[in-house]
Write a protein that binds this ligand. Structure first.
Ligand code: ZN
Length: 267
């Protein structure tokens, strides 16, 4: 009778994997294979992960205010074009505000109203801006004067706010606003380092020297690595990174990737 395998399933949640990154240590005796997930908001696995990353970013920016910027409903406008215009207007708004108030750091999420009009929900940190000034500036750029500013009193309000806008609505918006980034942050928004428990935690794995993209999934790579190249799966493997022990061969990663991607050039 076969003993049921007690090993954790390293391919757990790999439904949406589109390829892999294959890394090799200098000696070639350790390979790391990282799955390339689809990263779509419409994917249950990826949306969960993306939301948790953005929730952490949101909080580490220590925002002081919630700001909403609206655009006028216009049924004649193509929604993607409208969102692109909105993005340009927002970039100009930031320039103007920084000139006047110096510090303006933000993380924002785009949302569509029921009528399909794009608008911005934002977490902001920086100098206080009178609502009238914000409204006048935004109106001069977009023709829309409706804005809202609310002070954030407690940090759990940030988590709630982010959760609210990163659920179903962001998946729907990302479908409609195909190709546009739904979330953005300013370069200096984050001011708190990543907490220890959210860091990679794989420092004990031998240093990787070079990475190669491969169109095969980690599962396919593992099969070939075992059968053709005598590799074994290391216990430190997880759903986010397979670790393979291999007979020392500095060209092993290239050979492995070549098995799938013949004519692909790599470096
Ligand atoms: Zn996915």
């Amino acid at each position: 009778m076969n003993e049921p395998s007690k090993k954790p399933d390293v391919f757990k949640d790999h439904d949406c994997v589109t390829g892999s990154l294959v890394g090799a240590s200098a000696s070639g005796s350790t390979l790391k294979v990282i799955p390339m997930f689809c990263h779509k908001w419409t994917c249950p696995r990826c949306s969960k992960r993306k939301a948790s990353v953005w929730r952490s970013i949101a909080q580490r920016g220590k925002p002081e205010r919630f700001i909403t910027l609206t655009l006028k409903a216009d049924e004649n406008k193509d929604v993607i074009q409208y969102a692109k215009e909105g993005k340009k207007a927002f970039a100009k708004l930031v320039q103007k505000l920084r000139r006047r108030y110096e510090v303006f750091e933000y993380m924002l999420v785009w949302e569509l109203t029921k009528k399909g009009t794009p608008h911005i929900h934002m977490l902001q940190r920086g100098t206080w801006i009178p609502k009238q000034v914000l409204s006048d500036l935004w109106c001069s750029l977009t023709g829309s004067f409706i804005v809202d500013i609310k002070r954030i009193h407690r940090s759990n309000e940030v988590a709630r706010y982010i959760t609210k806008y990163m659920g179903k609505s962001i998946a729907e918006c990302s479908e409609v606003l195909n190709g546009l980034r739904m979330l953005q942050k300013s370069k200096n928004y984050v001011i708190e380092p990543l907490p220890e428990e959210e860091r990679g935690g794989d420092e004990d794995i031998e240093d990787i020297d070079s990475w190669i993209f491969c169109s095969a999934t980690p599962r396919e790579l593992l099969e070939v690595a075992k059968e053709l190249f005598g590799c074994t799966l290391d216990d430190r493997s997880s759903a986010n990174c397979l670790v393979l022990r291999a007979p020392p061969d500095p060209d092993l990663a290239c050979k492995l990737v070549h098995h799938f991607d013949d004519d692909r050039s790599y470096s």
